[in-house]
Write a protein that binds this ligand. Sequence first.
Ligand SMILES: C[S@@+](CC[C@H](N)C(=O)[O-])C[C@H]1O[C@@H](n2cnc3c(N)ncnc32)[C@H](O)[C@@H]1O
Length: 424
Amino acid sequence: MKELTKEISKYEKKFNLVRNLELKKLVNYSNYKNLPFQNWCNYQEGFSTQILDWFIKYLKIDIKDSVFLDPFCGSGSSLVTGKSYGLKSIGIDINPFSCLLSETKVNSYSVKDLDIIRNFSLPKYKDEKDFYKKYEFSMIKKLFSKENFNKIELLKLAINNIENTKSKNFLHTTLVCCLELCSNYKKAGNGLKKRKKINELDIFNEFNKKKLQMLSDIGLLKEKASIRVYNKNINSFNKIIEDDTIDLSFFSPPYPNCFDYFEVYKIELWLGGFIESYDELKKYRKSAITSNLNANLNQEIDIKELKELSNLLSLTLSILQKQELWNKNIPKMLSLYFYEMNYFLKSLFKKIKKNGHVGIVIGNSSYGGVPILSDLILTDLAKKSGFNVKEIIVTRNNETSSQQYDKISNLVSYIRESVIVLNK
Ligand SMILES: C[S@@+](CC[C@H](N)C(=O)[O-])C[C@H]1O[C@@H](n2cnc3c(N)ncnc32)[C@H](O)[C@@H]1O
């Protein structure tokens, strides 16, 4: 481990590691969950809409006529800020629920679109159909009261009948954003947890409240901007964006911390009609960036190429392989993660214009007492892809699980969340 800490110090010096703990709140969504747009739904692992604003001001970027890219746009936090600046923007995410949410936040709505949304009336409640039958989802009967579940299905049918796409998508988003709120389950850790008490919130009431809140928020974003959101895998990047076209990119990729987005958003994905079978769910899981153990761990890696990616990565993996880990696939998961991120950073470099700016929010983790310095390793990969490294700003020290804490106690300061600042 001494060898590893020595190597880490070398990298920290080389990449100009600085601290700005005032940014702590901006890298974490939960601190801002009551703000407009961020209060639409409980999006895990998102950052604040204000962090892109900070980045633009911090680097004094002249954003006039700039094109902005968030290749992992999630709930659309950065796209909202992009729109407030009137930036032409592109968002990409593999999760169809995230893309609908992002698009709904940044769409421009005509008076007619808004009228349809405002005048949408709730369907009449009737308890006659067995809506459960069409679901393959094993948890379906446990998630809601029978009444709420019927109401959800009736709302879905009524929304589906709307012809105007923007209004339909807005109301669909409204419904999906109310699901967890009215469910007997809630997001917790890396999945869903049963609430202590049966949830008595009525989905019709919550839907109406949410609709008004969302209408008020989109009224705040009056700037005109062309924004496209692509529900695509980042590995098809080259087909979406031409080389040398992006002035500014700010994003947070999945962290290699075993968090599975497709597990946590199960309610939204199934009930929102984004997936209809376990096969589909599996396909999504297997095509997302390999940041958790449900991803496709059977992919082959060129070991020689992996070893040459980064000394720090190689050293970390060789130490990790000697530890007792709670899952034997962790080294493979990490190898694939950095392998894929390396490929992505190389493609990103081609898309960024000369003098363009990139900010990457990333969190470190630890397995078997070994710290995984994702901030340093990704910076190393970015530098080798051609980027200039301005600095790495440490924004906060993360909480690690108590079990991991015991193992890592003297190395705990490595478990942090940072912003990597690059330019071309
Ligand atoms: C840390 S989150 C981004 C959160 C976002 N910054 C926000 O504030 O909501 C990472 C995102 O990467 C997406 N993702 C994972 N694998 C992907 C892939 N292969 N292609 C595109 N997006 C992917 C996930 O669906 C997730 O929304």
